[in-house]
Design a protein around this ligand. Structure first.
Ligand code: AMP
Ligand code: MG
Length: 347
């Protein structure tokens, strides 16, 4: 893809995320404290918002800037739109030789492989070549032929990603591989932003990156964050199209879905989330929301369950302690895990 194409795609993605962002209605606090909302800022190819609660305004401001700085740092490590990112260096060189990477990128890649194993390959950060194939197909409005799909599939698969923990290196087993951290990087960055907020002295806060959110509240500063979950059938940005409202305290939530980011190719709708085994966009669920203790887990699992579909997805999430999911299919049928109801505000 040319630089101009990449820029254009990035712009499109920004527009999509602008409208995807979940509505955060606010919070209630028991103690008197300072609270500032950063407002929307552009980072990681999307929009991000940070709200911090602390004992004084100085601390709040410091915590906001430190949290935002972590999101920019995440972009510098993991963006595939930035040729200078550590990830882009891996993508450019890892077939020719093992590439030494920093501890953070190595740990995200290791975690990504763990999610691939846990989800039987539904989550797979080696999906890059397939993302490119379908992006190109959407731009041309031509469904890729079987030969192209087979050739692309040969360059995808987490078993072809060779990680050496001792040397902290990444290597590709096959030429033409490309890592795409779009399904997990937001979650990782949100967790780092929350760490930075806490380190700066925040007592509570919320980080929202493109609709993936994590909230925290320390003892004695019990904030309850109310997060609106978009109705995929009625997509508007007024905040009036919420299907339900989630109440979170020390939780993360991520939503993956095809209702905002999809393409029509020769009249057929394709999601931006790829089922690697079928080699095309998923078509089972309109939206998957996962609630988990940390954002990386919510982010990766929401993407994975979008691929797995309702039955297998629910079974997986039920097997993971402390994690819940709310699934909405193309007929607006809602399926939830057994503990999800506890997070839903009653009318
Ligand atoms: P999310 O919005 O978190 O579900 O992430 C979707 C993004 O993850 C896509 O735009 C791709 O960049 C990437 N992606 C697509 N399919 C997969 C997959 N099967 N596993 C991991 N990442 C994927
Ligand atoms: Mg995700």
């Amino acid at each position: 893809m040319s630089k101009a194409d990449k820029k254009f795609t990035r712009l499109l993605i920004l527009v999509f995320f602008l409208v995807l962002t979940a509505t955060v209605f606010g919070c209630r606090s028991r103690k008197k404290s300072a609270r500032i909302d950063s407002g929307m800022r552009t980072v990681m190819g999307t929009v991000a918002r940070v709200v911090v609660v602390a004992d004084d305004t100085e601390t709040v401001k410091l915590a906001i800037e430190n949290a935002m700085a972590e999101l920019h740092r995440t972009d510098g490590l993991m963006s595939d739109y930035n040729d200078a990112s550590e990830l882009s260096r891996v993508n450019a060189e890892a077939f020719n030789k093992p590439v030494v990477v920093g501890a953070e990128l190595f740990s995200v890649l290791s975690e990504a492989v763990e999610y691939s194993k846990k989800t039987n390959g539904a989550f797979d950060v080696t999906v890059g070549p397939m993302v490119d194939l379908w992006r190109e197909a959407a731009a041309m409005n031509v469904t890729p032929d079987a030969n192209k799909i087979t050739a692309t599939a040969a360059r995808v698969g987490y078993d072809k990603l060779l990680l050496d923990a001792e040397k902290s290196t990444v290597r590709f087993a096959v030429k033409g591989m490309r890592l795409d951290l779009g399904g997990i990087a937001k979650g990782w960055g949100i967790d780092r932003a929350i760490d930075a907020m806490r380190a700066a002295g925040a007592k509570g806060g919320m980080v929202d990156v493109g609709g993936d959110i994590r909230c925290f509240a320390e003892r004695g500063h019990t904030e309850i964050w109310r997060i609106g979950l978009q109705d995929p059938r009625h997509v508007d940005d007024s905040g009036n199209s919420c299907l339900l409202v989630l109440k979170l305290v020390n939780d993360a939530v991520a939503t993956s879905g095809d209702y905002r980011r999809f393409a029509y190719i020769e009249g057929k709708k394709y999601s931006h989330i790829i089922d690697v085994k079928k080699a095309h966009g998923t078509d089972k669920l309109s939206s998957v929301t996962v609630i988990a203790p940390i954002a990386i887990q919510a982010d990766a699992l929401a993407t994975a369950v979008s691929v797995m579909g309702s039955d297998k997805g629910i079974e997986l999430i039920e097997s993971i302690k402390g994690v819940e999911a709310i699934l909405i299919d193309e007929n607006a049928k809602i399926t939830m895990t057994s503990g999800a109801d506890e997070f839903i505000e009653k009318k």
